[in-house]
Design a protein around this ligand. Structure first.
Ligand code: UT7
Length: 326
């Protein structure tokens, strides 16, 4: 049986920090409200000349160095994002060119905040089947570009960043189980309505602010509280494990209250739940690989540990993966 594991990690966040105090000057909000309702303190925002591709390139380059392989060794690049540089070509193709990975197939994957875990699991199938040996999966976003900075219901939540991994065949451990799912009936709770074939960009769509994130926060909250813990439990079951086996839970960093609810559902003490939401906000597809990177960098993951990744988001969608770290 072929096993797939993560052999390299990289991350990139923009230098520019936007604090809750900065937001207080922009909209009718308060640091106190944002901290209490979300757990977010600050987030990173790209500069005018930066794009999602730039963050992908920095994170991807570090992941290659960390895995000790060259870009030309890559067979496939998957970029999970809802903020590609443009509608087409795929940001993954732009990344393939910039990294110098001529042998790699490349595509973007759009599964909202679940995108990175969807990508990780998709990539693992190519390795497990024996088709490919080295795959890069990047979760990257510049959500600041699709945020309505006058809408206090959404703009306090989001930030920019990227996390990348290299997947390769491993002798032991690696991906032990996963759960993927979607509930398209809830699609309208979190969307960006215009700019596609339904409502092409026009002066009207711009005037009506239809190129920004729209969200029914309460509906997404209810969905998330249920979905994130449930997906993790299903993935654990498929791996023959339970909540007690988790050494570190790395949830999608959307809201501290959602993270705490998922931790409780899994029966986990606080120290087994990784949180960096306070510093980056919700970075959608980037949030889980950014958190994984920092957890490893902080020495919170050791060889043999069971690490569970779980995300939810637009679609609505969810995705969880159980990894034995080696
Ligand atoms: O990656 C997936 C993406 N999305 C999510 O994960 C979002 C999931 N949802 C949430 O995280 C929460 O629903 C929010 C953080 C978005 C909102 O928190 P909430 O506790 O559900 O607040 P609420 O929407 O019920 O609003 C409570 C009050 C309202 O005022 P009234 O009607 O009670 O007078 C809002 O207008 O808070 C008000 N409010 C704010 N006040 C200060 C909403 N946004 C703000 C704000 N600052 N930024």
């Amino acid at each position: 049986m072929i096993r797939t594991g993560i052999t390299g990690l990289g991350m990139s966040v923009p230098d520019q920090v936007l604090t809750n105090q900065d937001l207080e000057k922009m909209i009718d909000t308060s640091d106190e409200w944002i901290r209490a309702r979300t757990g977010i303190v600050e987030r990173r925002i790209v500069s005018d000349n930066q794009s999602t591709l730039d963050l992908c390139f920095e994170a991807g380059t570090e992941a290659l160095q960390n895995a000790e392989i060259e870009a030309r060794d890559l067979d496939l690049i998957i970029v999970a994002t809802v903020t590609p540089d443009m509608v087409f070509p795929a940001t993954a193709c732009l990344l393939q060119d910039r990294l110098g990975a001529p042998a790699a197939a490349a595509f973007d994957l759009e599964a909202g905040c679940s995108g990175f875990v969807y990508g990780l699991i998709t990539g693992a199938q190519f390795i497990n089947s024996g088709a490919y040996s080295r795959i890069m999966v990047v979760g990257a976003e510049t959500l600041s570009r699709i945020t309505d900075w006058e809408d206090r219901n959404t703009c306090v939540l989001f930030g920019d960043g990227a996390g990348a991994v290299v997947l390769e065949r491993v002798e032991k451990g690696g991906l032990l189980g996963f759960d993927l799912g979607s509930d398209g009936a809830g699609g309208s709770f979190l969307d960006l309505p215009a700019g596609g074939s339904r409502q092409p960009a026009s002066q009207e769509t711009v005037a009506q602010k239809l190129h920004y994130i729209r969200m029914d926060g309460n509906q997404v909250f209810k969905f998330a509280v249920k979905a994130m813990g449930q997906a993790a439990l299903k993935a654990l079951k498929k791996a023959g494990l339970s909540g007690e086996d988790i050494d570190l839970f790395i949830p999608h960093q959307a809201n501290r209250r959602i993270i705490d609810a998922a931790g409780r559902k899994l029966g986990l003490p606080g120290e087994k739940v990784f949180v960096n939401l306070d510093r980056y906000g919700n970075t959608s597809g980037a949030s889980i690989p950014l958190a994984l990177y920092e957890a490893v960098a902080e020495g919170m993951v050791k060889s043999g540990d069971i690490v569970v990744l779980s995300g939810f988001g637009a679609g609505l969608s969810w995705a969880a993966a159980v990894l034995e770290w080696n």
